[in-house]
Design a binder for this molecule. Structure first.
Ligand code: AMP
Length: 417
């Protein structure tokens, strides 16, 4: 079904086609007519579902009619949780708008960088502003823009906005908006705080749910490998080399580990770098751009990259450290297997993290076989074994070790003619 049959203008459909979007994704199919009809929208959607175009396309069409551009009055406001998502969404909105007869001015604003270029960019106003809440408020305080004429508000990744502690800023932004407006609310999860936010914001919303976790499972092959914590870097290196994995996103628990693991991999002949919130904005942008350009084999990151960031056709995600929750697990593995591509998500599990892994599995309603890789059989398992089970695995050869040794001996034995 073409985009035009959803009621979108041919110029928008043409821009979508130029981005490779010819057939609407399920969320686009459902959300676009709702937004074009002027109703509030409450959508369950993850990154990877095509949610950006699901709000950007109808938003742009609605801006074609109505009030003309007024300096410093924003007509559509898109609030996002991170700088990377702001930049990415801004880029998509600009690309989709490029063939419109009344091309709107799109501005992107986020913290962590100098405010001056953003102030300059807002000179003469902007029709669409994509921003993180804190920097948006700074810009309002600098009198760079006014929010009193906002016709359309989009909250993208509302759960993440709250997770990142933006609740107060959000309320301050909402207080600056006119009562009469259309609200589009996107969230991957709906814990009580998100429900409360949606309840206070939306009027008779139309609900659109796209069951992405199930879809993610369908296209992402998930594997769990038992390995001692101390041998994970070596194993990762071997897996990357043996399987010829390209562009691997590796998740670790801390910024420190991200730097450490990346450095170790780098010393092991892999093009590896780290990407996390402790890096300067410039360094983050550069790492992401270079990864997208396929100049790095491996990017080691914290949960910063788990949401929002879209790198098309990311083939492999590795949980070097397990995520804290099942929700984070879904977000992490959602970085692969996107837009119909198949992906692989590998989780490293050690004796000490096994109970936590079991919990994630339970919450996910799945049970993966615990694999072992030859040469990396865990020895920590037996150190935690029940008393009286007889010795420590890894110090005495296990049954597998004996079989492997026998196989190796057989392979080395002279072959009889
Ligand atoms: P999003 O969920 O907005 O982050 O989009 C996820 C990915 O899907 C991005 O790489 C988009 O470029 C891509 N995408 C969005 N809509 C479509 C579509 N209709 N057809 C194909 N790819 C799409």
């Amino acid at each position: 079904m073409p985009f035009t049959s959803l009621g979108l203008a041919p110029s928008l459909a043409k821009a979508a086609a130029e981005l490779g979007f010819t057939t609407p994704t399920p969320i686009q199919l459902e959300a676009i007519p709702v937004v074009l009809g002027g109703a509030d929208l409450l959508a369950t959607a993850q990154t990877g579902s095509g949610k950006t175009a699901a709000f950007a396309l109808p938003l742009l069409q609605r801006l074609q009619t109505g009030a003309a551009h007024t300096p410093r009055r924003v007509r559509a406001l898109v609030l996002v949780p991170t700088r990377e998502l702001a930049a990415q969404v801004g880029e998509v909105v600009r690309s989709l708008a490029q063939h419109l007869p009344n091309r709107p001015k799109v501005a992107v604003a986020f913290g962590g960088v100098s405010i001056n270029p953003q102030l300059m960019a807002l000179r003469g106003g902007a029709d669409v502003v994509v921003a993180t809440p804190g920097r948006l408020l700074d810009l309002v305080e600098h009198n760079a823009l006014r929010l009193s004429a906002v016709e359309l508000l989009v909250l993208d990744e509302a759960d993440r906005l709250l997770d990142l502690g933006f609740a107060d800023e959000l309320q301050r932004v909402l207080a600056l908006l006119p009562a009469q407006r259309q609200n589009l609310f996107f969230s991957a999860t709906f814990p009580p705080a998100v429900q409360a936010l949606a309840g206070g914001l939306l009027r008779d919303p139309q609900r659109v749910d796209v069951p992405t976790p199930a879809q993610a499972e369908a296209v992402v092959l998930q594997r769990a490998i038992m390995v001692d914590a101390s041998r994970r870097t070596q194993l990762l290196r071997q897996l990357i080399k043996d399987n010829g994995w390209e562009r691997v996103l590796v998740f670790v628990a801390t910024q420190y580990s991200a730097d450490r693991v990346a450095t170790k991999l780098h010393h092991g002949d892999l093009f590896a770098t780290s990407f996390h919130g402790g890096l300067s904005q410039g360094a983050r942008k550069q790492a992401l751009t270079e990864f997208k350009e396929k100049r790095w084999d491996v990017v080691v990151t914290t949960d910063l990259a788990a949401r929002g960031i879209d790198i098309a056709q990311l083939p492999v995600v590795v949980n070097y450290d397990l995520p804290r929750s099942a929700v984070d697990y879904v977000h992490r593995i959602g970085r692969t297997g996107r837009a119909g591509e198949s992906g692989l998500a590998v989780s490293f599990v050690s004796a000490s993290t096994l109970p936590h892994w079991r919990l994630i599995e339970k919450r996910q309603g799945m049970s993966l076989p615990l694999e072992e890789v030859a040469g990396f059989e865990p020895s920590e398992v037996a150190t935690q074994a029940e008393p009286g089970t007889g010795g420590v695995k890894g110090k005495r050869p296990s049954k597998k070790d004996k079989l492997r040794a026998a196989a190796a001996a057989a392979a080395q034995a002279p072959v009889k003619p």
